[in-house]
Design a protein around this ligand. Structure first.
Ligand code: CAA
Length: 390
């Protein structure tokens, strides 16, 4: 099973996974190919949630590997989590959002939650009894997350939440939602607090699924909070610390989007490699032409560079190094740009066939695009990097 978080920093150096990580990769790859890949095209075509993937991941304890052992989880380190997401994304990007967003949604609880909240929410997550989503963005607060309008007003020993959260991955499927809301409008980012909201809380409802270019199997919906009254002890950390918790979370989880990008790109490269060996034109496999070989070489080179940066960032996430903010943003930005180029080239290598839904590379190209956009656009990543130059 996944390498334990306790000795993680010693388990792997900056650039090289341990033997245990390699074994984890082998087992997730086998599971993904057997139980997730067969449904990937159908999930995309029908825009339906990949329940088969959820079942397979939960049955094998791979749906939220980051949850610490103390709360019933596998206690996987950051690199192991990256490897799980990478291998699932290699066959189905939509399915890879199950482990990725379970980490994104629950990391604020890990980082800032009280012991009671950790026990209450991380246990069920680890047991497969409920997924987690992360609610930061709003219709008018995307890149400018600090400009959010959702309010949480204290009322005795409760808070009452009102507002709209947008672009919420796995909304409607998840049972638990980390919601950032304004508790003091005069203090901008210092007046934002984080809460756990449950799907069944009165006043919680969901918008229609967004009609997206890719990751069609992962529902993206608005979350409406209409006088949602929750106990005050569902706040994560102190009042006013929610924005910092949200940003700290993204420092760690942008690396999981990099992992998703790596997986999508690897899936496209693997497919294109096989195709050029089979496809014959001018009397020989097109892979014998140097122009095609150069394209594959560039794809593999970019992918490996992205992987090294992502694994380095994962090591920094595990150790919470002082340059994590830069590395998290850099890994996400670089890997997602690489994935977009690699998947586009994979479509090119398959020619007309690559442009059809009879082959998986057009899905991979569409899925890759979102990795340049969510968890902060790559333009926002550059703002973050520039403010945190090493
Ligand atoms: N760690 C800890 N605290 C941090 C922090 C970090 N990395 N970054 C900021 N903060 C805190 C600091 O306390 C800071 O205050 P100080 O000035 O006292 O240091 C405070 O937050 C405000 O920070 P900024 O002044 O940098 O805030 P800003 O308004 O300029 O915004 C930003 C910065 C980087 C643009 C930020 O708004 C941002 O990241 N925007 C993008 C939002 C985003 O990534 N959304 C993704 C949504 S999730 C998603 O997409 C999920 C999905 O579907 C899968």
């Amino acid at each position: 099973m996944a390498p334990s978080g306790k000795s993680a920093a010693a388990d792997f150096d900056l650039y090289r996974p341990s033997e245990e990580h390699d074994m984890l990769r082998d087992s997730v790859r086998a599971l993904s190919e057997a139980k997730i890949a067969p449904f990937a095209a159908e999930v995309d075509e029908e825009g339906r949630f990949p329940q088969e993937a959820r079942d397979a991941l939960e049955a094998n304890d791979l749906h939220a590997v980051h949850v610490p052992e103390a709360y019933g989880g596998a206690g996987a380190d950051a690199l192991a989590t990256v490897i799980v997401i990478e291998e699932v994304a290699r066959v189905c990007a939509s399915s890879s959002l199950i482990p990725a967003v379970n980490k994104l949604g629950s990391l604020p609880v890990v980082l800032s939650g009280s012991e009671e909240l950790k026990k209450k929410y991380l246990g069920p997550l680890a047991a497969g009894d409920g997924m987690f989503s992360y609610c930061l963005s709003e219709p008018d607060a995307g890149s400018d997350a600090g400009g959010m309008k959702t309010k949480a007003v204290r009322d005795g020993d409760h808070y009452v939440l009102n507002g709209v959260k947008r672009w919420i991955t796995n909304a409607g499927v998840s049972d638990y939602y980390t919601v950032m809301a304004v508790t003091d409008p005069d203090k901008r980012t210092k007046g934002i607090s984080a809460f756990v909201v449950e799907k069944d809380d009165e006043g919680v409802s969901f918008g229609a699924p967004e009609k997206k270019l890719g990751i069609k199997g992962s529902p993206t919906r608005e979350v409406y909070l209409d006088n949602v009254r929750i106990p005050a002890d569902r706040m994560l950390g102190d009042e006013g610390t929610g924005f910092a918790t949200a940003m700290q979370t993204l420092d760690h989880t942008r690396i999981t989007i990099a992992a998703q990008a790596l997986g999508i790109a690897q899936g496209a490269l693997d497919y294109a490699k096989g195709y050029v060996a089979e496809r014959k034109q001018f009397g020989k496999p097109i892979g014998d032409f140097q122009g095609v070989q150069f394209m594959l070489a560039d794809m593999a080179m970019k992918l490996e560079a992205a992987r090294q940066l992502t694994y380095a960032a994962a090591a920094k996430s595990e150790r919470v190094d002082s340059d994590l903010t830069f590395f998290g943003a850099a890994a996400k930005c670089y890997a997602s740009d690489a994935a977009m180029e690699i998947t586009t080239d994979a479509v090119q290598l398959l020619g007309g066939y690559g442009y059809t839904r009879d082959y998986p590379v057009e899905r991979m190209m569409r899925d890759a695009k979102i990795t340049q956009i969510y968890e902060g656009t790559n333009q926002v990543q550059r703002i973050v990097m520039a403010r945190n130059l090493p």
